[in-house]
Design a protein around this ligand. Structure first.
Ligand SMILES: Cc1ncc(COP(=O)(O)O)c(C=O)c1O
Length: 389
């Protein structure tokens, strides 16, 4: 069990109310067909964690381990790279070069003359940029990735390894988002963002459709429907994708979705409190780098405002506790800082009677977690594991 830590919990009064379909099923079917056809595609494992279930006093805890996804270390490989592929296909059609180029055509470099003159760009805390850079390399486009000053050298190097040019800006993730957009406007580049806002939804919608594959694989491997799903939130894209997929797959008894954020960057919880998308200020300097976002994604919010049963905010220390807990099991699981917020939320809530009751966590509950990354920054991972706990 991990030590007690302070956390916040907000039950969503609007959970389950009807709303718009943020991720249409046709787009999901195309994402599923395309990504499962990429060379090297393999579903990631769903791990049973009976020791964690015992600690949380629930019947079962299953952990979808994304550490091995396409060799990139996180689920993000499914989103950004898919959006790059879609964008290049659309550009080839618009320029009347090819009406229906396939992913395999692009991978084979069949339209390289055109695609290499197209530049894709984005801001990132690490994992999304890695996916976009990998997608650009794989499908033959040029790539420029923007990071803020707090993104570690290890993460910058990992992106550069896929041939992308790295540009660093002062400030936080949201500053990098603005810098990427401004330069793209000047240069005629294509922004492949994982966050959406008024007037910019098409690309992030593709990104989220790609993420749904992670949830779909998990659902297919489940021995029984889960009662609860705990998922970490940055801008909310992955939580929303999971929400859409579990609502589609378990329409009669929708599992309770609990969105867990770092307490230093809890923009989704703040939005739920305010009843509208809310930006939080500050330098968002959480250890959970992938979750260091102050502005919710518009599309994600439109799903989560009624799809999430609850929102939680947990401290960095709880993430480190959980990384160590997983690493020191008899069957170790390697989980990066941003992978374990959901687990931290479960374990912290499970020990507090009021939180157990509010979330309906019982001894027969079956919980699904998404371990969204492995050790994406190996040096930082080693350093965090060294401490006591
Ligand atoms: C490992 C990991 N988990 C979760 C997230 C959160 O995803 P989103 O920003 O879509 O909420 C990220 C985002 O970068 C991430 O890298």
């Amino acid at each position: 069990m991990i030590p007690s830590r302070p956390f916040r919990l907000l039950i969503n009064r609007h959970a389950g109310t009807p709303g718009i379909a943020v991720l249409p099923e046709g787009g999901w079917r195309r994402a599923h067909a395309a990504i499962t056809a990429w060379s090297g595609y393999l579903p990631t494992p769903l791990r049973d964690l009976p020791d964690v279930a015992a600690a949380a006093r629930v019947a079962q805890v299953l952990y979808k381990d994304e550490g091995g996804r396409f060799g990139l270390g996180s689920f993000k490989a499914l989103g950004g790279a898919f959006a790059v592929m879609k964008l290049l296909q659309a550009e080839l059609a618009r320029r009347r070069v090819a009406n229906s180029a396939s992913g395999a055509d692009l991978e084979a470099g069949r339209f390289r003359e055109t695609t290499q003159a197209i530049t894709v760009t984005c801001a990132t805390d690490g994992n999304h940029g890695r996916s976009v850079a990998w997608g650009a390399q794989r499908f033959g486009a040029r790539c420029v990735i923007w990071v803020h000053e707090h993104v570690s050298q290890g993460r910058r190097d990992a992106i550069a390894a896929y041939g992308a040019e790295i540009r660093v800006v002062p400030g936080n993730y949201d500053d990098a988002v603005r810098a990427a957009q401004a330069e793209a406007d000047r240069q005629g580049w294509f922004v492949v963002s994982d966050t959406s806002y008024e007037g910019y939804t098409e690309v992030p919608r593709d990104v989220m459709q790609g993420y749904r594959l992670m949830a779909e694989e998990a659902v297919r491997d489940l021995p029984a429907p889960p009662t609860h799903v705990f998922i970490q939130g940055g801008v909310g894209g992955v939580a929303a994708a999971v929400s859409v997929q579990i609502r589609a797959r378990f329409p009669k008894a929708v599992p309770k979705l609990v969105v867990v954020e770092p307490d230093k960057a809890a923009c989704l919880l703040a939005s739920a409190e305010a009843g509208q998308p809310t930006t939080i200020a500050g330098d968002l300097d959480t250890l959970m780098a992938g979750l260091a976002c102050g502005e919710p994604s518009l599309l994600a919010w439109q799903e989560l405002e009624r799809g999430a049963a609850a929102f939680m905010a947990v401290p960095d220390a709880a993430a480190v506790d959980c990384m160590r807990l997983l690493a020191r099991r008899e069957a170790p699981v390697v989980a990066g800082e941003s992978a374990v917020a959901g687990l931290a939320g479960l374990l912290l809530a499970a020990r507090e009677p009021y939180a157990r009751a509010a979330l309906g966590l019982e001894e027969d509950s079956r919980v699904l977690l998404f371990g969204t990354e492995g050790a994406t920054d190996p040096a930082l991972y080693a350093q965090l594991l060294e401490g006591q706990g």
